[in-house]
Ligand binder design. Structure first.
Ligand code: ICE
Length: 537
C-alpha cells in the first residue's frame, strides 16, 4: 500500500471537524503542525476531555508505579481495593537483581490492604495499621511506603498519621503518599508527590559517601527491560561511581545517601525534575539532562558528564569506551540500515520517551512524522529553559510545592554559576530548547494527550511503518496492519539504552517492520460490515 500524501494541516482540520465545537477548540491547542521554527507553544498538562478515549493513567500510577515501584527493598503497601495493586504488579517490566544477604528484594510481592465495603463505610485505618504490623512481622523490611488509592481520599483515611504512629511503634522508616488516583490530570501529579516524599523522608538520612572519584546519581532511570543494567555497565567501564539510581533496582540506603554525589544526571526529566531541583537548592548538587537512548546520544551524554568533571583522565577514558562500544554499534547499523532507512515512525508515550526514541529512529535512517506525550508539560515540548518548571506546574492543582532551603552544614556548591555557564557555552549543558519540538522536522504533527480517534486517523491516513505506544493501543493498531512497539514495557525486549541497547533496538525494529506478516492482515472491519457512530454537535 503506497503512502497517501496529505498535508498535516489538512489532517488536523479534518480531525477537528469531527468534534463538537468546544472540544475542537480545546484540541486545537494541543495539536501542532511544526513549521520548523522555535519557540513554539502547545497546550499540555491540562484535563482530558470527558468522553474522549485517552491513553493517560492516574496519579497513583505515577507515584506507586513509576517513581517508587522499581525500588527493591522498600515494601510498597497499597491502601485500597485489590485491583489497584494487582494491575500495578510487575506490569512495567522494571527489572531487578535477586536478593542478597545485605539487600532484600520484595519486587515479586504484591502488598495491599484489600479494602472491602465495610472499610469504605467505617474507615480503613485500623486495617492499614494491621497490614503494616503484619508485613513488618513477616518480612522485617527496613522501610515501608503506604500508597493511597482513590477511596482513601474520598473517605478521609489519614495514611500519614498511620505512618507516623507505625514508624514510632516499629522503629523503621515508614512514610505515606497522598497519591489518590483522581488528584491531578494524569500520572504527572503522582511523580511530583513521590518526589516530595523522597525529599522529606528519605534523601539525606545517611552521610556515608561511597568511594569514588566521580560520583553521580542517575535520576529518572527505572530499569525498564534492564536499561539501568546497561548504563551501570557503561559507567563502571568509564570509572564513574553511581551513588544511586532513581529508582531502578535501587535500595533505600542508596536513596538515603544520594546527596553525597557530585552531580545529578537526569534521564527522564518529567518524572523526577523536582528531586533534582530540590537537591540543588538543599545540597548544592547541580544537574543536567542526559539521554542514553541512542548510541550517538549516549556518546554525547558521556562526554557531557566527563566535561563537567573537567578531568583529562576521565575524558580520555570516556573516549576509549566510546570508540570501543561504537565499533559494535557501527557493525550492527550497517547491517540493518538498508532495510530501515526511509521508513516512518510515530511515537506516543508518557513524558520523555516520545522524544528520546526519535534519536534511535534517526540512527536507523527513519523519520518521525508524528509524536506526543500523554502527560508531558510544556517544558518537555518547548524546552526547560524557556518555560521554568514551576510556571508549568501551576496547572497541577492540589500538589504541594515544598519550600526547600539550603542545608548549611551539608551544602557544598560543586560549581559556581559562572563555571556552569561556561560549561553550557561549551555545549556541556543543553541548548535553550531542550524539549521534543526543537528536534522535530518541519511538517511534523505534535499531538499532546492523543485521543483514540486521532490515533486511528493518523494510521488510516499516513500508514506509518511503525507505531510506538503501549499495551492499550497495541492490538487495535496491529489489527490495522501496522506493527506496534511498546515503548513503555518494550514488549518482551530490551535493554534499549546505551550502546548494547541501541543494537538490540536496531535488530528488533528491523524484524518488526520488515516481516511480511503485516501485508497479509485484513482488519475485521475491512472484511465485515461495521456500524459507525458520529459525534454529536
Ligand atoms: Fe519518564 Mo510508561 Fe514516565 Fe518513564 Fe516516561 Fe513512559 Fe511512564 Fe515509563 C514513563 S515519563 S509512560 S518515568 S515515557 S511508565 S520515561 S514508559 S519508564
Amino acid at each position: 500500500m503506497g503512502k497517501i500524501e496529505i498535508d498535516p494541516l489538512r489532517w488536523k482540520e479534518e480531525v477537528l471537524k469531527k468534534y463538537p465545537k468546544k472540544v475542537a477548540k480545546k484540541r486545537d491547542k494541543g495539536i501542532l503542525v511544526h513549521d520548523g521554527e522555535m519557540p513554539k507553544q502547545i497546550m499540555a498538562n491540562v484535563r482530558s476531555i470527558p468522553g474522549i478515549i485517552t491513553a493517560r493513567g492516574c496519579t497513583y500510577a505515577g507515584c506507586k508505579g513509576v517513581v517508587l515501584g522499581p525500588t527493591r527493598d522498600i515494601i510498597n503497601l497499597v491502601h485500597g481495593p485489590i485491583g489497584c495493586s494487582f494491575y500495578a504488579w510487575l506490569t512495567r517490566r522494571n527489572q531487578t537483581l535477586p536478593p542478597t544477604p545485605e539487600s532484600e528484594n520484595f519486587m515479586n510481592y504484591c502488598f495491599s490492604t484489600d479494602m472491602q465495603d465495610s472499610n469504605i463505610v467505617f474507615g480503613g485505618e485500623l486495617k492499614l495499621k494491621q497490614a503494616v504490623r503484619e508485613v513488618f512481622e513477616i518480612f522485617k523490611p527496613k522501610s515501608i511506603g503506604i500508597f493511597s488509592t482513590c477511596p482513601v481520599g474520598l473517605i478521609g483515611d489519614d495514611v500519614h498519621a498511620v505512618a507516623r504512629e507505625m514508624k514510632e511503634e516499629l522503629g523503621i522508616n515508614i512514610f505515606g503518599f497522598s497519591c489518590e488516583g483522581y488528584k491531578g490530570v494524569s500520572q504527572s501529579a503522582g511523580h511530583h508527590i513521590a518526589n516530595n516524599t523522597l525529599m522529606k523522608h528519605v534523601i539525606g538520612r545517611n552521610d556515608t559517601a561511597p568511594e569514588g572519584k566521580y560520583k553521580i546519581n542517575m535520576l529518572g532511570e527505572y530499569n525498564i527491560g534492564g536499561d539501568a543494567f546497561e548504563l551501570e555497565r557503561i559507567f563502571e567501564k568509564c570509572g564513574l561511581t553511581l551513588v544511586s539510581s532513581f529508582s531502578g533496582n535501587s535500595t533505600i540506603e542508596q536513596f538515603e545517601r544520594a546527596h553525597t554525589a557530585d552531580l545529578n544526571v537526569i534521564m527522564c526529566h518529567r518524572s523526577i525534575n523536582y528531586v533534582a531541583e530540590m537537591m540543588e537548592t538543599k545540597f548544592g548538587i547541580p544537574w543536567f539532562k542526559v539521554n542514553f537512548i541512542g548510541a550517538d546520544a549516549s556518546a554525547k551524554s558521556l562526554r557531557r558528564i566527563a566535561e563537567y568533571f573537567e578531568d583529562a583522565e576521565l575524558m580520555a577514558r570516556v573516549e576509549e569506551v566510546i570508540a570501543e562500544e561504537m565499533a559494535i554499534v557501527k557493525e550492527a547499523i550497517e547491517t540493518v540500515y538498508p532495510r530501515t532507512t526511509g521508513k516512518v515512525a510515530m511515537l506516543f508515550v508518557g513524558g520523555s520517551r516520545a522524544h528520546h526514541y526519535q534519536e534511535l529512529f534517526s540512527e536507523l535512517g527513519m523519520s518521525t512524522l508524528s509524536a506526543g506525550y500523554e502527560f508531558g508539560h510544556r517544558d518537555d515540548y518547548e524546552g526547560r529553559r524557556v518555560i521554568p518548571t514551576i510556571q508549568v506546574d501551576a496547572d497541577s492543582r492540589n500538589i504541594e510545592v515544598l519550600t526547600i532551603e539550603a542545608d548549611e552544614t551539608r551544602y557544598r556548591p560543586r560549581k559556581t554559576d559562572e563555571e556552569i555557564a561556561a560549561l553550557n557555552a561549551k555545549g556541556c549543558g543543553f541548548g535553550e530548547y531542550d524539549g521534543m519540538m526543537a528536534d522535530m522536522a518541519k511538517g511534523a504533527l505534535i499531538i499532546d494527550d492523543i485521543s483514540h480517534y486521532e490515533m486511528e486517523k493518523l494510521i488510516e491516513i499516513y500508514h506509518p511503518d511503525i507505531f510506538c505506544a503501549g499495551i492499550k493501543e497495541k492490538y487495535c493498531v496491529q489489527k490495522m496492519g501496522i506493527p506496534l512497539k511498546q515503548l513503555h514495557s518494550y514488549d518482551y525486549g530490551g535493554p534499549y539504552a546505551g550502546f548494547e541497547g541501541a543494537v538490540n533496538f536496531y535488530n528488533d525494529i528491523d524484524m518488526m517492520i520488515n516481516t511480511s506478516i503485516w501485508k497479509m492482515i485484513k482488519a475485521p472491519w475491512q472484511v465485515e460490515p461495521v456500524i459507525e457512530a458520529e459525534y454529536g454537535v
